[in-house]
Design a protein around this ligand. Structure first.
Ligand code: NAP
Length: 247
């Protein structure tokens, strides 16, 4: 049984989807939780559910692509919780399209929300983690950043960038016992994949060795492990959670 009692975890994009499942899972293990979402009502709803588990929680509104918002978000979280032990960079979006038709604005937005956000959030928390000589940064990347997917030049680039940054920061922080790892989900049932046509989903299910899409708790369980003492010697790694789609 993994025990995160008293640990303080900030999870971006955790009002719904995979982020919400990560927040609930870490809370069930005893962690105090910061729920971050673009929409404060969604964040508050999730925070209210988490509060019922008997841990401390705070709902925070932030656009994680904005340095100003990220600075305020981390300041408010630490003021409420006292410190930060775990950061999960989960917020992410897609703006898919073939490169011939991809607008510069869609490239910039996806890179900002998926990659720049992880830079801003990691920068904002690292001083505290390095000072206390312990911490966990977990980046939610994607299989798309590992194998590349057509129609996702922006998204694949953002997630591959996240994987590169994971390894760079793992090396920067290793001597201070701050670990940095990535989880690369395959196809997981959330609002993000609900956008896909039945035909596309069937195509992926046929290609996945386990013949099914994953669920948010498959990702949350990998994050739970990486957040825990069980993973204290694991850093700079990318854990694929994809039913065998990429090996
Ligand atoms: P989702 O259901 O669309 O949820 C995304 C969450 O991120 C929402 O809570 C959303 O807030 C939040 N968000 C979006 N932009 C934000 C911003 N600028 N600032 C703060 N929060 C923001 O997506 P998901 O499927 O759970 O995906 C979670 C992560 O897993 C993403 O990084 C995604 O790339 C990655 N992933 C997902 C899959 C999959 O199959 N689902 C596969 C590989 C990787 P609002 O509610 O306000 O919109």
């Amino acid at each position: 049984m993994i025990d995160l009692k008293g640990k303080c975890a900030l999870i971006t994009g955790s009002g719904r989807g995979i982020g919400k499942e990560i927040a609930m899972t870490l809370a069930k293990a005893g962690a105090n939780i910061g729920v971050v979402d673009l929409d404060i009502a969604t964040a508050q709803e999730t925070a209210d559910e988490i509060a019922k588990l008997g841990v401390k929680t705070i709902a925070l509104k932030a656009n994680v692509a904005s340095e100003e918002d990220v600075t305020t978000m981390v300041k408010d979280f630490v003021a409420e919780m006292g410190t930060i032990d775990i950061l999960v960079n989960n917020a992410g979006i897609t703006k898919d399209g073939l490169i011939m038709r991809m607008k510069e604005a869609d490239w910039d937005l996806v890179l900002d929300v998926n990659l720049k956000s992880a830079f801003l959030c990691s920068k904002a928390v690292c001083r505290t983690m390095l000072k206390q000589e312990s911490g966990r940064i977990i980046n939610i990347a994607s299989i798309s950043g590992v194998i590349g997917l057509p129609g996702q030049a922006n998204y694949s680039a953002s997630k591959a960038g996240m994987i590169g940054m994971t390894k760079a920061l793992a090396k920067e922080f290793a001597t201070k016992s701050v670990t940095v790892n990535a989880v690369a989900p395959g196809f997981i049932r959330t609002a993000m994949t609900d956008k896909l046509s039945a035909e596309v989903v069937k195509g992926y299910e046929d290609a996945i060795p386990m013949s099914r899409m994953g669920n948010p708790d498959d990702i949350a369980n990998a994050v739970l492990f990486l957040s825990s003492d069980l993973a204290s010697y694991v850093t700079g790694q990318v854990i694929g959670v994809n039913g065998g789609l990429a090996m």
